[in-house]
Unconditional design. Structure first.
Length: 555
């Protein structure tokens, strides 16, 4: 199809995106500016980059790739040189037999295609990518490899050479550039964590994207000490201490935004393992409508956070979005008329208008100590990052009884388990019953990729699972896997919930210390929907898959 040598302007006119007259105007201006026709049309606001992509996809069948989520094969780095990649703005994606798939900003650049065919010896299959994504991906693909090659070239025989390690820690050193490139890559891919895992013969760089860990690069084992030393310096940690765990934090400015990174270093038998949690303070979008509540759950949640006093608990494992839910509630309540104070470890997102206190156990500033001090600050709403012990739990619950609205989290598997967890901490049942307003349990599940999703036929057992809950099954889809979703079938995540709103009868049951099963049996009679119910409802709406619900809920 490419051999027909069609021109972009003709394709846009044929698709009625621009008129013949507008094309002539752009061609006239192009003589003065020297821009490519596509850039010229965008400059004149006649088309958008997305419109050009859609026309090329529809008219020529050229696929579009999302390079932010594309996993790049480092084995292809030697097929196309960096100079050639930058010259033609191309990036190798996949090699199949004698065919090479490349991402291009202008897949109708026949000179570049011929140049690639001659220099590589492969038949070229073009794919279209956005200009800025392509520029960043080329830097990421070739830049990290260049830093690795330079690091290996400069390394002495001994990887434990302390003088060499310290000499390589300037901001212009290859290891510094590599760490920055690695963080930039993680941000582009939407990763929540970066893992640097040392093993006997190699070091793995792994990224957690949409809750799933995947290996991004494999490095020589001897590079581990250099990477760890650089991260320690950035985090203001002790570079010489290799026997004890260390925790730190640093900020990095990338692409006009600041990324906050929490660092944990753990000594293992094969070297120090690093995990960096990425917190992009600019990307968090707070709004109850964004939390993914069902209609009834959203109504109940809004009602709970508008109580004048009491405690609201959000439960779930680490990484289930509890903090986002709490911050959203705080943002909803934030006004000049309300004094909001938080005690957190760590303060993940800073919100204007809210007083946020960072826990520092090393100087005696624990959750319990911070909470006592907060109560002397005339608060209306208090957020306790996590209830970890009986002392914090008792102060939080007593605060909720004395005219304050308290928001906090607990690590329990479901909403009913929060009540038993407080009992296990030694909290008196009357105190729990008198103060608790409601409990929200949640998990994060992956969204089906909209670009490769299609309906599929359920098995008899699966069909019965949905119909037994009165759910329709004609909207259930699966993602086949494509370039947009890195062949996973999923893009992004959202939350599924279950919610217990405590009424007078349930307070009486809590007061006489009933079992979790008894609590659940009662709230089901009141219309309670479990995590599984909410997950299946959202699967029936085509938002996620049954396999993803099973994975997250361990069914």
């Amino acid at each position: 199809m490419i051999q027909k040598r069609k021109r972009l302007g003709d394709l846009l006119v044929d698709s009625s995106v621009i008129s013949e007259k507008q094309l002539m105007q752009a061609l006239h201006e192009q003589k003065n500016t020297g821009l490519r026709l596509g850039d010229q049309l965008i400059e004149m606001n006649l088309v958008s980059e997305q419109q050009i992509i859609e026309v090329l996809e529809f008219q020529l069948g050229i696929p579009h790739v999302d390079l932010y989520r594309q996993r790049l094969d480092k084995k292809l780095v030697n097929i196309i040189s960096e100079d050639l990649a930058r010259k033609h703005q191309i990036l190798p994606l996949k090699k199949t037999n004698n065919r090479l798939m490349v991402a291009m900003y202008d897949p109708l650049d026949y000179f570049a295609l011929d140049d690639l065919r001659l220099s590589t010896g492969f038949e070229i299959d073009p794919a279209i990518a956005k200009k800025e994504e392509l520029r960043l991906a080329i830097s990421r693909f070739y830049g990290i490899q260049k830093s690795i090659d330079q690091m290996l070239k400069e390394m002495p025989f001994s990887e434990e050479d302390q003088d060499f390690l310290e000499s390589q820690q300037s901001d212009d050193s290859p290891v510094a550039k590599m760490v920055n490139q690695l963080i930039s890559q993680a941000v582009q891919l939407g990763a929540s964590d970066i893992h640097i895992d040392p093993f006997e013969t190699e070091t793995l760089i792994r990224l957690r994207v949409d809750g799933i860990l995947r290996t991004e690069r494999t490095l020589p084992k001897k590079m581990n000490n250099m990477l760890v030393s650089r991260i320690k310096i950035m985090s203001s940690l002790n570079i010489a201490e290799k026997r004890l765990p260390q925790d730190g934090r640093f900020n990095l400015d990338l692409e006009l935004k600041t990324i906050d990174l929490r660092v944990s270093i753990l000594p293992t038998v094969h070297g120090e393992k690093v995990v960096m949690r990425l917190l992009d303070t600019g990307s968090v979008k707070l709004g109850i409508e964004r939390l993914g509540f069902s209609e009834s759950n959203e109504i109940n949640f809004r009602r709970m956070i508008n109580y004048p006093y009491g405690i609201i608990l959000v439960t779930g494992p680490t990484g289930s979005g509890k903090s986002t839910t709490l911050y959203t509630a705080l943002n909803e309540l934030n006004s000049d008329a309300v004094n909001l104070i938080t005690v957190e470890d760590p303060v993940e997102y800073q919100i204007k208008g809210i007083n946020q206190l960072q826990v520092k156990p090393s100087i005696g500033l624990t959750f319990a100590a911070g909470l006592r001090s907060i109560l002397r600050q005339d608060p209306d709403v208090i957020m306790v990052g996590e209830i970890r012990d009986s002392e914090t739990a008792e102060i939080a619950l007593r605060s909720a009884m004395t005219g304050h609205l308290v928001l906090s989290t607990l690590h329990t598997n479901d909403s009913a388990g929060a009540i038993s967890r407080l009992n296990d901490m030694g909290i008196e049942p009357f105190l729990i019953a008198s103060s608790i307003v409601g409990v929200v349990a949640q998990r994060l599940v992956r969204k089906v990729c909209p670009h490769c999703s299609s309906k599929y036929t359920l098995s008899k057992e699966e069909e019965e699972l949905f119909t037994s809950r009165g759910l329709k099954t004609n909207g259930i889809v699966k993602g086949a896997g494509c370039s947009y979703c890195n062949s996973t079938g999923y893009i992004g995540r959202f939350a599924i919930h279950e919610m217990i709103v405590v009424d007078d009868h349930l307070r009486q049951m809590i007061n006489i210390k009933q079992s979790d099963a008894t609590y659940r049996e009662y709230v089901k009679e009141q219309g309670f929907k479990s995590l599984l119910d909410d997950g299946l409802t959202k699967a029936s709406q085509g938002k996620t898959t049954l396999e993803e619900i099973y994975r997250v809920l361990s069914y």
